[in-house]
Design a binder for this molecule. Structure first.
Ligand SMILES: Cc1cc2nc3c(=O)[nH]c(=O)nc-3n(C[C@H](O)[C@H](O)[C@H](O)COP(=O)(O)OP(=O)(O)OC[C@H]3O[C@@H](n4cnc5c(N)ncnc54)[C@H](O)[C@@H]3O)c2cc1C
Length: 548
């Protein structure tokens, strides 16, 4: 092979990425067609198509520049005449991409209850580029907008919500969510920032927050301890705070921006509050309920959607590369060992896609007020389990795709994969670490009749499949439910081993949704993981999956 041919092969690989990623994603389109009434799909499709194209044509090249170490956001403390401004300066390309994201309606759709499918579709398409500097700001804004819509008083809602719903990026306000303090992010009940009532319905907040993404936002959602409240999370209020009051910084100082492993195009900082004025979001004694039940759960759902998008991208990059890259005289996809990775990548992506859209269906119903108690319980399980599983699996998928690209996979300008790898590790931590989400699921199973709901829902899906894979999923479910019952009844055993049990439950859940969608081969392969039998049936399945 000559240098010229090898370079042509690489160019062919680069040209293989779909220009219309929505059209190219048959499984996504099938999910939407099955879940939504025809008029909703008809309204969504042109938007998703146009946005997917813009992600490829505009967001991707912009992100390549502003995510580069030389063009990261910078803190601007003072204006030209020495006044404190506490602003963040971005590369101009950051705003070009932002205009596309906000213009898509991804955030503005929050104004209409029950548009979760539309928002998940757009975020998934954006996440083909990873965080891209705007996924986090969009999700934080959606979270605050939902909280304003659902729990705020009319006066607070009318004041703060409309600017968050604008589609014009230049005038739209963005939001951020500040919970984490230096003493801990998982242990939010250890928050020490205080909120003192000012006597007019507003509060003055003082303290510091340690991880503040979208540090450039115009509105902050902040947790703070209210006077006379009990210790722990029950004593926390949840507030909305404008960045500026009468054009001046509202008692808010940006200490510094963080130099992060991933999500680098977006600004995360450390923030001090000194009497910053804020208004309660809903009853102040329900602050933590709002922060977790509305805001954090929205972020967990959307983090999982983003992870599924990154897994789609990993599969696309690796499968196209394997078609075009040659070694030892043949395209590398001819090697069974490469095909095994491609099959795994396809199954991981499909499993994540179906799981996050099962969660999206629940989000849609809850947001539109049409969910019954059973759906609310199932959502409580699925939102934590899905964020945990998809964020972990995304990192594995990106790493496997990098393996397929070999040394080229490690080069920043060669493909998007190094950036996705860094972003996916951040996705694993924010909005709840692995252990914290696993512990949350176990605590919920102990307090609420969730296990019955999970067993009922997944059992029904496995039974409906009526196939060998369905029987296998059913057997896996029975075992996982037995283990979960033990974890619920035996605290020591549960604390030590529930993560394995949850992993088992999630495999069954993914397989059950794949079976429901007619993705039999993928379900079989998933159920055979982590070590499929070394037999002819496995070889045939891998070949078929790697071929698609
Ligand atoms: C890039 C980035 C941006 C972020 N942006 C924001 C933001 O905008 N707003 C915000 O509020 N936060 C933000 N965070 C913070 C994030 O939410 C926290 O990092 C996360 O919640 C974990 O908290 P921690 O880092 O303090 O880890 P810790 O809580 O100190 O946890 C450390 C380790 O201990 C484990 N652990 C903790 N408790 C338990 C337990 N009970 N059982 C078993 N294991 C346990 C954890 O799983 C973890 O492995 C951001 C984080 C990153 C990385």
């Amino acid at each position: 092979m000559t240098f010229r041919t090898a370079r042509d092969d690489l160019l062919a690989w680069r040209g293989a990425f779909p220009t219309d990623p929505y059209e190219a994603d048959g499984p996504l389109r099938a999910i939407l067609a099955g879940a939504l009434p025809a008029e909703r799909t008809a309204a969504l499709e042109p938007v998703a198509r146009a946005f997917g194209r813009e992600v490829v044509q505009v967001v991707a090249p912009c992100a390549l520049r502003y995510e580069h170490r030389a063009h990261l956001p910078e803190l601007t403390r003072y204006d030209a005449v020495g006044r404190r401004v506490e602003q963040v300066a971005f590369d101009p390309d950051y705003h070009t991409a932002g205009a596309v994201v906000w213009g898509s309606g991804l955030v503005a759709l929050t104004g209409l209850p029950g548009r979760a499918f539309e928002q998940a579709t757009l975020l998934y398409l954006l996440s083909l580029e990873g965080e891209a500097g705007h996924a986090c700001p969009a999700v934080c804004t959606i979270g605050l907008a939902r909280a304003l819509r659902r729990v705020a008083s009319g006066e607070i809602r009318d004041r703060f919500l409309p600017p968050l719903l604008r589609t014009d990026y230049r005038t739209a306000e963005r939001a951020s969510q500040f919970l984490t303090e230096v003493q801990g992010g998982s242990d939010v009940g250890a928050n020490e920032t205080v909120a003192d009532p000012r006597g007019d319905g507003s509060y003055a907040l003082s303290g510091e927050k340690w991880f503040c993404s979208v540090a450039d936002a115009q509105q902050f959602l902040v947790t703070a301890r209210v006077p006379g409240g009990p210790p722990g999370t029950r004593g926390l209020g949840c507030f909305v705070m404008p960045r500026l009051v009468d054009g001046a910084p509202n008692g808010v100082t940006l200490r510094r921006l963080k130099d992060k492993l991933g999500t680098r195009g977006m600004a995360s900082g450390e923030v001090d509050f000194d009497g910053a004025i804020a208004w309660p979001l809903g009853p102040v004694e329900h602050g933590f309920r709002t922060a977790v039940g509305v805001v954090l759960n929205t972020s967990r759902w959307m983090t999982a959607v983003g992870a599924a998008g990154m897994m789609r991208r990993s599969y696309l990059e690796a499968s196209a590369y394997a078609r075009h890259r040659r070694a030892f005289g043949s395209p590398i996809r001819e090697f069974p060992a490469v095909r095994a990775i491609l099959a795994q990548l396809r199954v991981s992506w499909l499993g994540a896609l179906h799981l996050v859209f099962a969660l999206t269906a629940l989000e849609d119903r809850i947001d539109s007020g049409s969910a019954d108690d059973e759906a609310v319980l199932y959502h409580r399980f699925l939102v934590n389990a899905t964020k945990y599983a998809c964020s972990v699996d995304a990192t594995s998928a990106v790493r496997q795709a990098i393996e397929v690209l070999g040394g080229n996979g490690t080069i920043e300008e060669f493909s998007v994969l190094p950036r996705l790898y860094r972003d996916s590790i951040v996705y694993e931590s924010w909005e709840g670490t692995h252990n914290v989400l696993v512990a949350q699921v176990l605590a919920d199973l102990r307090r609420l009749p969730i296990l019955e709901v999970v067993a009922g829902r997944l059992g029904q899906l496995c039974r409906s499949a009526g196939s060998l894979a369905g029987d296998r999923a059913r057997a896996g479910l029975d075992r996982a439910v037995d283990e979960a019952e033990r974890a619920v009844g035996d605290p020591d055993h549960g604390t030590r081993f529930f993560r394995h049990t949850l992993d088992r439950l999630i495999v069954v859940a993914r397989a059950a949704y794949l079976l429901e969608a007619g993705q039999e081969l993928a379900a079989e392969h998933l159920l055979a993981a982590p070590l499929p039998e070394p037999d002819a049936a496995t070889a045939a399945r891998v070949d078929a999956l790697a071929e698609e």
